[in-house]
Design a binder for this molecule. Structure first.
Ligand code: NAP
Length: 239
């Protein structure tokens, strides 16, 4: 049995990634934080051949306990694919931004990367094989007004991707990121799609499956010589 963990795997992009990794033969550990019904729907989509892991990625102690418990329960296995996907946004102009919204976004989107990746990295290094794929954002590449917290978190994740890739390449562990533009999920609800798509060369928002296809490639053995890379999935919005 080969194992993959997708943080924030129950809805949106993460769910499509779970389906993609399931098709690639992985038993998928589906992390989520609160929406049990969405998590069950995701499990059904991967034909029950996954495991739900409910924990808050922003809470270091809980996240690490849950993952350590899994490791102790599976002494002969390891998680060879990690997709750091869980994320939230709390948009506001900096002048109005509350400290709580800054901290929530940094903790959920960036500090979680540290807690989860560090724990799962050691077995990947020992087995001399691993794939880490980080779901960043156009916001972390270009910077978007109203998203200083989110741009900082995603930009930090991109820089960490490039740094870690160089630390572990010799051990055959690759570390890459995808940077989606506007993708149709709950996260973009309330955005004015008709107005925003005028600026997108592809003239539409993307689908979660279009991000998952790129994540699937980066998570595959075929991507063995791709590391430290950030692949935009944005319909040509920003290149
Ligand atoms: P989404 O539809 O809102 O789904 C978010 C997922 O993350 C859910 O499964 C949610 O679980 C989980 N989650 C949220 N907070 C969590 C926490 N503290 N601990 C564990 N799980 C948590 O979001 P999405 O649009 O698919 O976004 C996925 C990733 O892509 C995010 O990192 C986002 O920043 C990035 N992204 C999205 C877009 C876009 O246009 N949609 C563009 C660029 C980048 P529950 O169901 O339990 O809440």
């Amino acid at each position: 049995m080969k194992y993959a963990l997708v943080t924030g795997g129950s809805r949106g992009i993460g769910r499509a990634v779970c389906v993609q990794l399931h098709k690639m033969g992985y038993h998928v550990l589906v992390n989520y934080v609160s929406n049990d019904q969405a998590a069950q729907e995701c499990l059904a989509l991967i034909e029950g051949q996954g495991t739900l892991l409910k924990f808050d990625v922003a809470d270091a102690a809980t996240a690490q306990k849950c993952l350590r418990d899994w490791q102790e329960g599976h002494p002969d296995d390891y998680i060879e694919v990690l997709v750091n996907n869980a994320g939230v946004r709390r948009d506001n102009l900096l002048i109005w931004m509350e400290e709580a919204d800054w901290n929530t976004v940094i903790n959920t989107n960036l500090n979680s990367w540290y807690h989860v990746t560090r724990l799962l990295l050691q077995p990947m290094l020992l087995h001399k094989y691993g794939r880490i794929v980080n779901v960043a954002s156009l916001s972390g590449v270009k910077g978007l007004p109203g998203q200083t917290n989110y741009s900082a978190a995603k930009g930090g994740m991109i820089a960490a991707t490039k740094a870690l890739a160089q630390e572990v390449a010799r051990k055959k562990v690759t570390v890459n990121a995808v940077a989606p533009g506007f993708i149709k999920t709950d996260m973009v609800e309330g955005l004015d799609e008709a107005a925003l798509k005028k600026d997108i060369p592809a003239a539409r928002f993307g689908n979660p499956e279009e991000v998952a296809a790129v994540v699937g490639f980066l998570a595959s053995e075929a991507a063995s010589y791709v590391t430290g890379e950030v692949i935009a999935v944005n319909g040509g919005l920003y290149t």
